[in-house]
Structures are given as C-alpha cells and as structure tokens.
Design a binder for this molecule. Structure first.
Ligand code: COA
Length: 174
C-alpha cells in the first residue's frame, strides 16, 4: 500500500520549474508573446507539480484570473515555477509565478502569477483522493491558509454556474 496518501508529501517534492524561449511562432502582431501562450505554459507548469504531487493523472478544473504586467519580447526567456499550495480531497490548488529574463543582460522580472485547481483522476475516470501536502516553511504555511480562502470563492462561482446543453449549433449563434 502507498502510505504517502496517509502521511502526505512535502511541497518541495513536487515543486517544478519550466523555462521556455519566446519564439516568433508565438508572437502577436506587435512582436510580443501571445497572452494565450503564457496561459498554456502556466497550465503545463502547474500540471507538472500537480501530477508529481498526486502521482496520478490530473485535469485542470479552474484557473483563477491572470494579469500580464509586462510584455514578453520574442527571444526572451520565460521562467515558470509552480508548487502545490494545498490539497482539499480530490482537488488541489497550485500556484505559478512567471518571470521574464533578458538573456543578454540576465535581468529577471516578475510578470504574472496564477492559481489553478487540478483534480486527480483514477483509472475509471472518477476523481480520486490525493495525499495531503505538508507545508514546511512560513511561506508555504501562508500559501496553505490563503488557498482555503480562495477555494471558498471558487466554489461559490462554480455553484452559480449551470452548464447548458443543446443539440444544435444554430441555437448557439442566435
Ligand atoms: C473537474 C471535474 C473532474 C470535476 O468533476 P465532478 O464530477 O464535478 O466532481 P466533483 O464535484 O466530485 O469535484 C471533484 C473536486 O473538484 C473540485 N472542483 C470541481 N470544479 C471546481 C472548480 N470549478 N473550482 C474549484 N474546484 C472545483 C471539487 O470541489 C472537488 O474537490 P474536493 O474533492 O477536493 O473537495 C470535471 O468537471 C471535469 O472533468 N472537467 C473537465 C476537466 C478538463 O477537461 N479540463 C481541461 C480543460 S477542457
């Protein structure tokens, strides 16, 4: 039996880093990195930490709001760091911080932060319980407590949303 599900795993065991070169393929008409590309990188980096923590496949259930404080120019480096802030039962909050590095000067600046919720999925496709996360530093403790407040907000938003269904695409554009 995997006893880690009972005793939990420290944040450091799943902390992840991802570095990416902003390439011309990902540019907007002004020659800067597309915001959607940054969001994709954030999802990837967060998903790596979530999967390392859960040791099972995970899906993105929610992404909280995101701001882009600096443009990222083509040729610059995008550095992302992620860690699991808190596990609830089958879901976990992952925080991601994004920096941009000028490879010529080495200057690094913080450009975005985001919180994402991932759900661990068992073989049959149903959500499955995840090992708790163990906060070892003051900063990890702070993130753990703040994640609880953010979850309340998210679930309130989720509860106000009723998915609709239709069998006709024509109905969508009416
Ligand atoms: C996320 C998903 C697995 C939840 O399934 P579900 O049948 O609603 O399951 P539950 O209601 O039991 O929720 C499972 C967990 O997810 C959490 N959750 C679900 N939606 C959430 C949301 N919008 N925000 C935060 N947490 C959410 C629940 O609180 C619960 O957490 P807990 O077990 O830690 O308490 C399901 O909605 C899904 O598969 N969504 C699509 C995911 C996907 O494909 N993402 C890629 C983008 S398309």
């Amino acid at each position: 039996m995997d006893t880690s599900i009972l005793k939990g795993r420290p944040v450091r065991e799943s902390r992840s880093e991802y570095t990416y070169v902003a390439l011309p393929n990902d540019a907007n008409p002004l020659g800067n990195l597309l915001g959607g590309r940054v969001m994709h990188l954030v999802d990837m980096c967060a998903g790596i930490a979530a999967q390392r923590h859960a040791r099972s496949p995970v899906v993105t259930a929610a992404i909280d709001q995101m701001s882009f404080m600096l443009p990222i120019h083509i040729g610059q480096l995008v550095i992302l760091r992620s860690s699991v802030n808190r596990v609830f039962r089958t879901s976990m909050e992952v925080g991601v911080k994004v920096w941009v590095e000028n490879p010529q000067t080495g200057e690094v600046r913080h450009t975005s932060s985001a919180y994402l919720t991932f759900v661990a999925i068992a073989e049959g496709g149903k959500p499955v319980a995840v090992a708790p996360v163990i906060a070892e530093s003051e900063e990890e403790e702070r993130r753990y407590h703040e994640a609880g407040r953010r979850r309340e907000q998210r679930l309130a938003t989720r509860n106000g949303f009723t998915p609709s269904t239709t069998t006709s695409t024509a109905e969508l554009v009416r």
